[in-house]
Design a protein around this ligand. Structure first.
Ligand SMILES: Nc1nc2c(ncn2[C@@H]2O[C@H](COP(=O)(O)OP(=O)(O)O)[C@@H](O)[C@H]2O)c(=O)[nH]1
Ligand SMILES: [Mg+2]
Length: 219
């Protein structure tokens, strides 16, 4: 089987101090630092994954200090295939900002080739006591996520390394499977057309189509 290389640009956005840089550091460098240091400028970290036959290059883009301006430029969002929107469970105002960040994404992201954009919500600092308002929100989190178009939500801790890998895998699989599905669909369509052209009678055409559809469902 031919080895494939995929490159994904993933954005990590959310209010200042929610733990975006810490999440990236935990995922890419497996470490955590309690010293607060606001990142300045736009930065990204690269993680290379070798999965089955495929090499996946995940570029995690940190908005790095730009969050204080409230939104980002289209250049930053360009060609991104997915995003984490992060809030801090100890500060409910950062949760209120999630809607604004998601709307900014929806407005500015243009996914190449009309592919699906995947967004995952991260409730970070789950190692700490939750804000009361956040506790209430958690009971209807699923509804909130689907309303805003997030594919999933994870309670994470960059400090204690909770759910970071799981969240990245969820986002990556959302993307990766979408690519696979598209490829498979195209291949099946081409095969079907080829077989229909080669098949002489209408009855056997129908039979061929039926067997292909069954095969497609199995995949
Ligand atoms: N307790 C706890 N603190 C965290 C966690 N993630 C980040 N922090 C702290 O929160 C502060 C802001 O983190 P940072 O990654 O710089 O946030 P950013 O502004 O969103 O990039 C720092 O002092 C971090 O040490 C976490 O999961 N748990
Ligand atoms: Mg930062």
């Amino acid at each position: 089987m031919q080895q494939m290389e995929h490159r994904y640009k993933v954005l990590v956005i959310g209010d200042l101090g929610v733990g975006k840089t810490s999440i990236i550091k935990r995922y890419v460098h497996q470490n955590f630092s309690a010293n607060y240091r606001a990142t300045i400028g736009v930065d990204f970290a690269l993680k290379v994954l070798n999965l089955d036959q495929d090499t996946i290059r995940l570029q995690l883009w940190d908005i790095a200090g730009q969050e204080r301006f409230g939104n980002m430029t289209r250049v930053y969002y360009r060609d991104a295939l997915g995003a984490f929107v992060v809030f801090d469970v100890t500060r409910s105002c950062t949760f209120e900002a999630v809607r604004k960040w998601k709307e900014d994404l929806d407005e500015k992201v243009r996914v190449p080739g009309g592919k699906r954009f995947t967004a995952v919500l991260l409730a970070n600092k789950c190692d700490e006591e939750k804000d009361d308002a956040i506790n209430n929100i958690f009971s209807s989190m699923e509804q909130f996520c689907s309303e805003l178009g997030f594919i999933s939500c994870f309670e994470t801790s960059a400090k204690e390394n909770i759910n970071i890998d799981e969240a990245v895998n969820c986002l990556r699989r959302g993307r990766h499977d979408a690519h696979r599905d598209e490829g498979t669909r195209m291949l099946m369509l081409m095969l079907m057309m080829l077989l229909l052209m080669m098949t002489p009678s209408a009855t056997s055409r129908a039979r061929y189509a039926e067997s292909i559809i069954t095969k497609d469902q199995v995949i």
